[in-house]
Design a protein around this ligand. Sequence first.
Ligand SMILES: Cc1ncc(COP(=O)(O)O)c(C=O)c1O
Length: 398
Amino acid sequence: MAHREGFFKYQAQTTPHPLAMEVANAEGSYIYDTTGKKYLDFVAGVSACSLGHRHPKVIRAIKEQLDQYLHVMVYGEYIQKSAVELTTLLAKHLSPSLQKTYLTNSGTEAIEGALKLARRATGRSQIIAAKLAYHGNTMGALSVMGYEERKQVFRPLIPEIEFLEFNNEDDLDIITSKTAAVILETIQGGAGFIMPTNDYLKKVKQRCQQVGAKLILDEIQPGFGRTGELFGFQHYDIVPDILVMGKGMGGGLPIGAFTASEAMMDLLMANPKLGHITTFGGNPVIAAAALATLKEITETNLIPATLTKEKLFRSLLIHPLIKEVRGKGLMLAMLTPSAEIATEVVLQCQEKELILFWLLFENKAVRITPPLTISEDEIKEGCAIILEVLNKIQEKTT
Ligand SMILES: Cc1ncc(COP(=O)(O)O)c(C=O)c1O
């Protein structure tokens, strides 16, 4: 417990009751604490560690890059192999209208870039987002967050933001010729892993095309293979104008990116030039980790395996206190009857050495987003702990 005091005294927290597990090391699907406990990780750093902890190929790529050079110059000035290979490989996996990628340091920063690009490309200012959306925490991303309670005290935020209800087609006429962009999560994360239904994304895209607005899809959670395709939108027969990614892309290192057509992205070079700049975006070590991650995810059967693993989860997570399992692939949310039960599940499972977590806005839900590399035995082991805990909670309440 050597660092507990320093953690609470000197490092900022964001809730009064952080889980405060003291991490010793992490490997594969497990995190080890300083007391010697070994935790099975069903959260993967909130969907960031897509290949588990310290995947050997990611570590090797990082080490090789460490031996060559670290940061050398601000974004976009020098040719740095790992960033070029990463953006080139991404382009190979995307459609002809998504070929040029801007690398950032985080997801929220990629959202900022995407919003700016949409305004620059259309000459319009209005942005339309979804109620209960989460896109990050910087001022622009916060402005498009669809949860007033969490943003009220930070107002004024950016003006001309309107909200529609996700999956509600009646709201589509909010999108007009004044709209620069509609920004949506392909699968709403914080809201409770809400899937688009009834060709909703196609209808939004059609409406955007009618009025000349850009469609921005935030793939920061479903992206990088988690839902059975490299990106979630690939299930829905549409292509966004601007694609935003992050989290699982970095293999455990901080990264984000936004991708658009070459013509659109090139607008950031003129009027004004330096239209979006960053010192560390595209950092070679992080790009090397992301490149190794993208190769591993796309060159193995990890992506289709998310769907077989989803089936296994769904077959095991059957219990009177599980009302529903939402989501797709390894982006799953277990809905319990109440916020109190969800919290009990997270805390009691942690006691039993299984890591689970909450969702941002749906307090009855428990997050299950393990590494894509999780094995079937590990899924069985974790689900057995969840069921044991749920049985205990049920006994207590009846
Ligand atoms: C859908 C979505 N968008 C944006 C973000 C922000 O990404 P970051 O925390 O890397 O800034 C997140 C992070 O949770 C997210 O889930």
